[in-house]
Design a protein around this ligand. Structure first.
Ligand code: S3P
Length: 184
């Protein structure tokens, strides 16, 4: 009998509000794998929130920290890794993550993203000072989504999340991973 292929990591990417952290936590639990979330790694290394990092160090400071967090997460064997929505924009992150295992992009419609994020102030790219109107936030979501479409398209799989619970999305990912070579 051929031995089962070694379990690789599973990476979840996609825009803010697509449920990467929630889905990743559930997926890791059902697969019996460690779960790594790059935003959580960044916050614990910095001792402050993502918003506070953006405010004090700018986006460049956050991205430098994000590169370290991605490298750290990729060192954990067989982990399910949820990365921040902008992580794949960085060429070094792309190289590491695409080599680390299947990359699954979670998708949601702009209006659904807007609704899920609500007035959230913890997404500095959408609402830095908490004063953006609904229309401004929607326009920002649409323009970031189109600017990022090419990097999200590099993912090996895409899963729509509109109208699905995190458990349903995690189930869909497990099914995809099994179909695509038993790496789960
Ligand atoms: C970002 C997404 C956020 C966080 C930071 C930047 C982005 O993570 O990393 O605010 O560039 O899309 P989530 O995608 O988990 O919200």
């Amino acid at each position: 009998m051929t031995p089962a292929p070694p379990a690789t990591r599973v990476i979840l990417t996609g825009f803010m509000g697509t449920g990467k952290t929630e889905v990743g936590r559930r997926l890791a639990r059902t697969l019996g794998r460690p779960f790594m979330d790059t935003d959580a790694l960044i916050e614990s290394a910095a001792g402050r929130s993502v918003s506070a990092i953006f405010a004090a160090e700018g986006e460049a400071g956050f991205r430098a920290r994000e590169r370290q967090a991605v490298a750290e997460a990729c060192r954990v064997a067989a982990a399910v890794i949820a990365v921040g929505g902008g992580a794949l924009l960085d060429p070094e992150n792309r190289r590491l993550l695409l080599a680390a295992g299947p990359v699954v992009c979670l998708r949601a419609a702009p209006r659904e993203i807007l609704e899920r994020l609500g007035e959230a102030r913890d997404r500095p790219l959408l609402n830095r000072d908490g004063t953006a109107s609904t229309a401004e936030r929607l326009a920002r979501i649409e323009s970031l989504l189109s600017a990022r479409a090419a990097v999200y398209a590099l993912a090996s799989h895409a899963v729509d999340t509109d109208g699905r619970t995190p458990d349903q999305v995690a189930d869909a990912i497990r099914a995809i991973l099994q179909e695509s070579g038993g790496s789960a």
